[in-house]
Design a protein around this ligand. Sequence first.
Ligand SMILES: [Ca+2]
Length: 273
Amino acid sequence: MTHTPSSPKSSRGHWWWLVGTATLIAAAAGGCYAWAARPLPATPKAFVFRDDFESAAKTEDLFPSDASRWNGTQRDGGLTSGKNIVALTTERTHSGRQALKCVASPSEGNNVSKADIERTGLKFTKGDHVWFSGYFWLPGDTDASLTFMWDLETTELRNSPGRRLYLQDGEFFASDLGKWWTGKKFRQPPGAQVKFPKDQWVQVKIHLVLSETNDGRMQVWQDGKKVLDATGKTLPRASTVYDRMQVGVTANGRPGRAQTVYVDDVVLSNRPI
Ligand SMILES: [Ca+2]
């Protein structure tokens, strides 16, 4: 039998070869597409919240029902319960005609006095960067040591642990991982501590890299001068979501002394500010 290139058997073989090659090319292309389309390492969507405390006729206007601004205050504890103040003020401002005034009465024992404003519904997680800027004014007539001024915390764990910024003895900024049993305090280097200025507006800027291990980081600037730069645990657990920020007198840690803090021009973001 004479072989002819046009035999039906040969045509079928050629057709199958084409199908096989096309399938291989399609599979390779699909693989490349799948590789190219795989999720990149998490890049959180940009988030920014800012408030200059203008555009509010009264304090209640800071808490709109759609939760787009602030979400509440803490005015609890202290010797004179019910006397703590968190309110709009025109007494002194950094911008415009209004700022926020927080007055925390003296604490007594475990009855810690607080006077702060809070933003809830946040979603900062491991690996995220947190940037905060705010202007604070503390009166010069008290020793403001153990005044806690900024908390970023989780409401999912008991007692709402998180990173806090406070003035340690001597009125130097320090930070602890509050209400959590591990996590070292971040302090300024001895001999290079910068006292927090009083009777003037001071810009406080914070950068956090969130981690439950030692590769977390916290940096704090006071009027543009870096006063804290530490590595360590900044998140209680790998799965922790920081969902609440509080600003003002988040705790008045020194008994027998009322503490007033004015706040203006607050910015919170997951991008550099
Ligand atoms: Ca203002």
